[in-house]
Design a protein around this ligand. Structure first.
Ligand code: EPU
Length: 337
């Protein structure tokens, strides 16, 4: 079923709660609905959003915003050790995680409480506490705007990287609309609890169920991330920068312990949160915008009335300060539209 609205208010379609609108807003419930759309006649550009939890609208959007309401969850081979499941792109991610944990399946528990939809999770390769969506994704189904047909990508074809995939590449983004995700979960216990904060929780006794891990993750996240019901944000605003070993040595000068993670090839990932904190931005307020005090990687709509301009100028101030102090360029994780 298609619903179309003109000059649509997007304040409830973006978790930053920017008061913006779009020329045209369309919700659809199936691939058949997409086949019936005349894309050329829609206000351009045409973009797809999930729950708008990783977006910053920098003003009213002149084009068309598409929102999937494809919302099935289908299990195959429920009794087997590995359980494949197909999920519609419009399914709320955390409802999916809650359901699979309730059903005793391992794989999604570390990705609990992340806002957004299953489709967006596959585009963005969401990640938290040592797990990324790509670890459980087997394939992604799409609607190809050019051929007007359904098509499928195997996991290897999705070119997954750190918060990245082929679906973010401008060349593909305009062409493919993600309609479904195929996942593979496990009935066999597979706890991933090596990540600092989780390790502490389960130091005495290993988790017995995915729900136990989910509950621990929810507690950890609630302690340091803003509740989307209470305060607008788009989660982590910046990506964690990756530097060379020699750059890392330079950055470390004058600090006793710089938190870091060594990656393949000797590259080093430094938490942007640490750099932002060192630059004195923890809790910094600029007009309606602020750097979240409990987790400086997050920029929040502090007053509830922040303008995109206030968010962007705070973003730039943080980027400039980190560049000046550490010689490192921060890149936003949040997509600007
Ligand atoms: N840190 C500080 N000061 C602070 C907070 C953190 O120095 O006030 C340092 C600490 O050293 C800490 C490190 O930053 O150990 C990393 O912090 P954390 O473990 O909270 O993770 P993160 O790098 O800030 C990433 C993801 C999150 C994900 C968490 C947990 C990115 C951009 N963000 O954040 O994802 O939940 O790891 O795995 O990779 C998101 O993408 O929106 C998101 C929230």
């Amino acid at each position: 079923m298609i619903s179309r609205y003109d000059n649509y208010d997007l304040s409830r379609q973006n978790t930053f709660r920017m008061k913006v609108s779009c020329r045209c807003y369309i919700e659809y419930g199936s691939i058949e609905d997409l086949k019936g759309l005349d894309f050329d006649s829609l206000p351009q550009p045409v973009i797809s959003i999930g729950e708008g939890s990783n977006l910053l609208f920098t003003g009213d959007f002149p084009g068309t915003v598409l929102r999937s309401r494809i919302d099935y969850i289908k299990y195959f081979d429920v009794g087997a050790d590995t359980v494949p499941l197909a999920v519609g792109a419009g399914v709320n991610w955390d409802e999916l995680v809650e359901k699979t944990c309730n059903d005793g399946l391992w794989g999604l528990e570390n990705l609990s409480l992340i806002p957004g939809t299953a489709g967006a999770a596959a585009v963005q390769n969401i990640g938290a506490y040592g797990v990324e969506a790509k670890d459980v994704i087997v394939g992604v189904t799409c609607f190809d705007i050019t051929t007007r047909e359904k098509t499928a990508f195997k996991q290897e074809q999705c070119r997954y990287g750190y918060r990245d995939s082929i679906f973010k590449d401008p060349q593909y983004k305009g062409r493919y609309i993600v309609t479904g995700v195929l996942l593979r979960l496990s009935r066999e216990p597979r706890p991933q609890i090596a990540y600092g904060a989780l390790k502490q929780v389960f130091a005495e006794e290993a988790p017995q169920s995915p729900m136990q891990v989910r509950e621990a993750i929810i507690r950890i996240r609630r302690e340091k991330l803003p509740d989307p019901q209470e305060i607008g944000s788009a989660g982590s605003f910046f990506k964690n920068p990756v530097v060379s070993a020699s750059q890392f040595l330079k950055i470390s000068e004058g600090y006793e312990n710089v938190p870091h993670y060594v990656l393949e090839g000797g590259f080093i990932k430094i938490p942007a949160a640490w750099m932002i904190e060192q630059c004195g931005f923890k809790g910094a307020v600029r007009g309606g915008a602020a750097v979240y005090a409990k987790q400086p990687l997050v920029i929040v709509n502090n007053s509830g009335e922040a303008t995109s301009q206030e968010i962007i100028s705070l973003e730039q101030e943080v980027i400039d300060a980190v560049q000046k102090r550490f010689g490192v360029q921060l890149h936003p994780e949040v997509e600007h539209l």
